[in-house]
Unconditional design. Structure first.
Length: 248
C-alpha cells in the first residue's frame, strides 16, 4: 500500500509544477506594441529669446536690421514690417504720445482752452536742429490729435488758402512756405527733440511761448525701438530705418 502512494504522489507533484510553469508563462506574455508616431504633423516651437540657433536675420530679413537698435532678440520678436513671422505690434506712437500729453497738461502753466497752440516736427538733437525723420513727423501729428482731445485750440499752419487738385490727389496741406500765410494766430508752440537711445528714441517735448520763449510745459519718454521700427517709410532712401529730411 505504501509503495503505490509514492508513484501517485510523484505524478501529482510533476503535474503541479507543469501547471505552475504554464501560469508563469501566461503572466509573462507581452502586450501588443502601440505605434508611438502620431498622424498629426510635428510642430516646431521656437523661443526666439533663448534659442541660440535662431538668428534675428531669420525674422527681419537682414542682419543689419537686427542691430538697428542694439537688440537682436527683440527685433526678431517684433519684426520691422518685412517678415510674415513677426508678431503684431500692439502699441504705436500714439499710445506714448497720449501719456506724454497728460504729462504736459499736468505741469502746464499759463495755457487755457482759449490759447492757440501750434505743433512743429521734432528735430534730431545731434543735428543742427534742422533735420527730422519719420518719427519726428508722426509725433507732431499725434500731438495735434491729443491736444485737440483736451480742447486746446490747435492751429495747423501748414494749411493753405486753397485746395490743389492734381492728378495724384487733392491737397490742402503744404510744406512750401510760399504757399502758406505769413501770419497765424499762434501764441504757444509745442516742439521737441529726438535722441537715439540703445533701447529706442528718447523723446523730449515742451511747450514754449512764441514771444517770450519761456517753457511752460515739459514731458519726456523713451519710445521703444520696436514701436519706432513699426513706422514704415514710403521711400527707400533711409538711414537707420527712417528717411532723413532737410528742414526749410
Amino acid at each position: 500500500m505504501t509503495k503505490l502512494l509514492i508513484p501517485i504522489f510523484s505524478t501529482a507533484l510533476l503535474m503541479g509544477c507543469a501547471n505552475s510553469s504554464m501560469l508563469a508563462g501566461w503572466g509573462e506574455q507581452k502586450e501588443p506594441e502601440v505605434a508611438t508616431q502620431s498622424s498629426q504633423p510635428n510642430l516646431r516651437v521656437i523661443n526666439v529669446m533663448s534659442d541660440p540657433n535662431v538668428q534675428a536675420a531669420d525674422y527681419s530679413g537682414s542682419e543689419s536690421s537686427a542691430s538697428l537698435y542694439g537688440s537682436a532678440p527683440a527685433d526678431a520678436l517684433y519684426g520691422n514690417g518685412s517678415s510674415t513671422n513677426a508678431r503684431m505690434v500692439t502699441k504705436h506712437v500714439g499710445d506714448y504720445v497720449q501719456n506724454m500729453t497728460q504729462d504736459l497738461i499736468s505741469n502746464m502753466e499759463y495755457l487755457t482752452d482759449k490759447t492757440p497752440v501750434g505743433v512743429t516736427n521734432f528735430a534730431l538733437i545731434d543735428s543742427d536742429l534742422q533735420r527730422t525723420n519719420l518719427l519726428g513727423y508722426q509725433l507732431s501729428e499725434s500731438f495735434m490729435h491729443e491736444l485737440h482731445k483736451f480742447r486746446i485750440p490747435v492751429i495747423d499752419f501748414k494749411a493753405t488758402d486753397y485746395i490743389r487738385v492734381t492728378d495724384h490727389g487733392d491737397y490742402l496741406l503744404s510744406r512750401d512756405f510760399l504757399e502758406l500765410t505769413d501770419k497765424a494766430p499762434i501764441e504757444y508752440i509745442l516742439t521737441g527733440t529726438l535722441t537715439k537711445h540703445q533701447g529706442g528714441y528718447l523723446v523730449n517735448a515742451r511747450i514754449l511761448g512764441l514771444q517770450s520763449k519761456a517753457v511752460v510745459a515739459t514731458a519726456q519718454m523713451l519710445m521703444p525701438f520696436y514701436v519706432v521700427d513699426a513706422l514704415l517709410p514710403s521711400e527707400h532712401s533711409m538711414v537707420d530705418g527712417v528717411k532723413l529730411t532737410q528742414g526749410e
